[in-house]
Design a binder for this molecule. Structure first.
Ligand code: ZN
Length: 416
């Protein structure tokens, strides 16, 4: 699957030092410091293409873009892979509801998503992989699971036995009752007769009448969602042979923590024979005017719609980054108004021939981002710099507007 256009990253002066990145790891419920090494690997779960791209999606991909930018600014290589679930129940259900062909719906939404990611200045993944193109890899992974006796059939549909992984449940920190409730709410089938454990995860669904299918040694059908991501991650990311973990970061929206990432971690552990991700990291949900933003409520705010209304994509970026990534947050139109005003103020001040001192603000940005992506602290520093520049007296020490603009572009992805 084609990714979107590359984003150029401006250089930063070597006098700025980068502390190790510290991120909240939901598996350990604590801050994990990223070890210093030459390259990192990050897998971020992509969308199912039927409602691209609402602000919740945008907030998630912006979060991991900040991680990518920070590590890249340190001079490190970031191996970044993202998938797109271009075949799954929600896509087929939406196509039937709207009376459209599921493939046409997927293609149109994938195109829209690429455009939105490009407009938002999100660094593209090196590998952007669709579930359909990954079916041979997924089949291979299921065969490996079969060889380790962790898969069984219920009327021809194949399930992964979650108890095969003695660490099952350890990444999401939920009680069994909580897991059962959430599993049922998020597309699981805990009550299906014939399952050994209600939480066992579907890896291959035999063909149903009227649904698309692909050939496999288990019969024609289509893959489950969780096995899709671990097969893609383990094939496209370099597995770190020197570490106890296969990859550094598994990311997504907080609604993916369970069951999706717990199942993926359990399956990957059987396939790779060691722990999957060093850090499980989640972006909070974005609500609208006091309510949860959801498809069923019909109150999704789409990035493309805001841009078509004339809003600056950089203002959308600043509005979403103004809050802490991990917190559930509300979206209000006023956020966009304030972000637009802030960007205009920054642009105006950065075009002045003389500006207030900039080294401290760049250092503060780096320090704040290294501290679990503390973007509110970044914007407080930038606001103070704006005030300092507006109040600037001659004879004070001047800063470099160009250097600050490049740092804002590099670290925050906000091109001014
Ligand atoms: Zn995933």
């Amino acid at each position: 699957m084609n990714s979107w256009s590359a984003i150029s990253l401006p250089p930063i002066d070597s006098k700025f030092e980068f502390p190790a990145l510290r991120l909240f790891n939901s598996a350990t419920q604590s801050i994990t410091q990223m070890p210093m090494k030459d390259q990192y690997s990050m897998y971020v779960c992509g969308i199912t293409p039927y409602d691209a791209t609402h602000l919740g999606h945008a907030a998630t991909y912006l979060t991991f873009d900040l991680v990518n930018r920070y590590l890249s600014a340190m001079g490190k290589k970031v191996n970044f892979v993202e998938n797109i679930t271009d075949i799954d129940d929600p896509l087929l259900e939406r196509a039937i509801r709207d009376g459209v062909d599921w493939e046409d719906l997927a293609h149109s939404q994938i195109e829209l998503f690429r455009g939105d990611m490009s407009d938002l200045h999100i660094i593209p993944p090196q590998s952007y992989i669709g579930a359909i193109e990954a079916i041979p890899l997924i089949v291979e992974s299921i065969i490996q699971l079969q060889e380790s006796n962790t898969v069984y059939s219920v009327d021809g549909d194949l399930y992964f036995q979650v108890d095969a992984d003695e660490k099952f449940g350890s990444r999401s920190n939920l009680s069994r009752e909580e897991m059962l409730t959430i599993f049922a709410e998020r597309g699981g089938d805990p009550t299906r007769v014939g399952k050994k454990d209600p939480l066992d995860a579907l890896v291959w669904l035999l063909n149903r009448p009227g649904e698309p299918s692909w050939p496999s040694p288990f019969g024609a059908g289509r893959p489950g969602w969780h096995i899709e991501c671990c097969a893609i991650a383990m094939s496209y990311l370099p597995i770190d042979s020197h570490s106890e973990f296969m990859i550094d970061i598994q990311g997504g929206g907080s609604d993916l923590q369970f069951p999706h990432h717990e199942m993926g971690a359990a399956q990957s552990r059987i396939l790779g024979k060691k722990d999957y991700a060093r850090i499980y990291m989640y972006a909070g949900m974005i609500g609208l005017d006091g309510e949860k933003m959801s498809k069923s409520k019909g109150n999704l705010v789409l990035v493309s719609k805001l841009i078509n209304q004339g809003h600056d994509p950089m203002a959308i970026r600043v509005a979403l980054l103004s809050g802490k990534y991990s917190e559930d947050r509300m979206w209000h139109d006023s956020l966009l108004t304030e972000a637009t005003e802030f960007i205009n103020r920054l642009r105006l001040l950065l075009s002045r021939p003389e500006v207030a001192e900039t080294d401290w603000v760049i250092r503060e940005m780096i320090e704040a981002l290294s501290d679990d992506l503390d973007t509110p602290r970044v914007f407080r520093a930038l606001t103070l710099w704006c005030k300092n520049t507006e109040d600037l007296q001659s004879a004070e020490q001047f800063g470099s507007a160009g250097e600050l603009a490049r740092a804002i572009d590099l670290l925050l992805g906000v091109a001014l």
